[in-house]
Design a protein around this ligand. Sequence first.
Ligand SMILES: *[C@@H]1O[C@H](CO)[C@@H](O)[C@H](O)[C@H]1NC(C)=O
Length: 338
Amino acid sequence: MEKAEGRNQTPIEEFILLGFGNSPEPQPLLFILFLVIYAVTASGNILIVSLVLANHHLHIPMYYFVGNLSWLEICYSSVIQPRLLASLLTGDRTVSVQGCLVQLYFFGLLSSTENMLLAAMSYDRYLAICHPLRYDALMNGRVCCQLVSGCWLTSFVLCTTVNVFLWQFTFCGSQEIDHYFCDFSPMIPLSCNDTQSLELLALVTSVIGGVVPFLVPVISYICIIITILKISSMIRRKKAFSTCSSHLTVLGVMYVTTITVYMVPTAHTPKVLHKIFSVCYTVLTPLINPFIYCLRNKEVNESLRNGIVKLAALRNLHKTREVQNLAATSIDVVRLNS
Ligand SMILES: *[C@@H]1O[C@H](CO)[C@@H](O)[C@H](O)[C@H]1NC(C)=O
């Protein structure tokens, strides 16, 4: 453990998350920006979940997945953003070691579940487009439920294994983490234990939780594109593509940002750029998903419109009732008088 040598060996109790500034001062502008983003993210995703739950014609596997993804995004941004908001508001950048480990745990759990859920969604699209005749037999509410619980269970097992090891670590030396949330890679160098076996374990779990769910959509979409290209009618081709275009957009955004953060070597890119890319996939991806589904997906879009029309109709109904009541009372008054 030569890297721990020459360091202060007393275990530390708190980390300092450097965040976006160099000094521990409140940052009201960033606070407002992230507050708005968080509010829009939460309400947009809550809207999608309620649309899926409230509309019977959205009770099919494809939209169950969409609803579950939105639910996951709500949790995901709630793991990162409230703490960030608090520290931007107060300027207090400290976080206890336990708090940091808890955040790391939930961040890992939710992001690997999300990766797997996106993979399950592309498997669903693969079945729908490449095996349309057998789709109903292969994919239904029960299978969908099994897939969703499978995603949660697998990432629960993976993340818990890594974290059981991590919880036994002590951290000493530098307290500073140059990031805005507790991520694995900036935290590990601060530990005073031997991290080799943990890093190996983390590599294995990130292959299972990251690379495999990355390959499933790639393979599924290769098959989907081949199938779509074979369709001769232009209209049917467009229709087949339109059922997967929103999912493909979400995947694209997710992949581009994640790959940039994790594959671009940190040594050659400035820290600021690294943080900006991290913001893209931890903060912006959950934000834009509801927009993608509301704007690009015809059925979600229609349900939203129907919902708004119904609400408006309800209000008008109240108004008409009031007018009718008023009219009725005035007629009564007239009758009484005559
Ligand atoms: C998530 O998936 C399950 C099972 O497939 C489904 O019953 C549930 O309604 C979904 N949740 C949401 C919020 O859509």
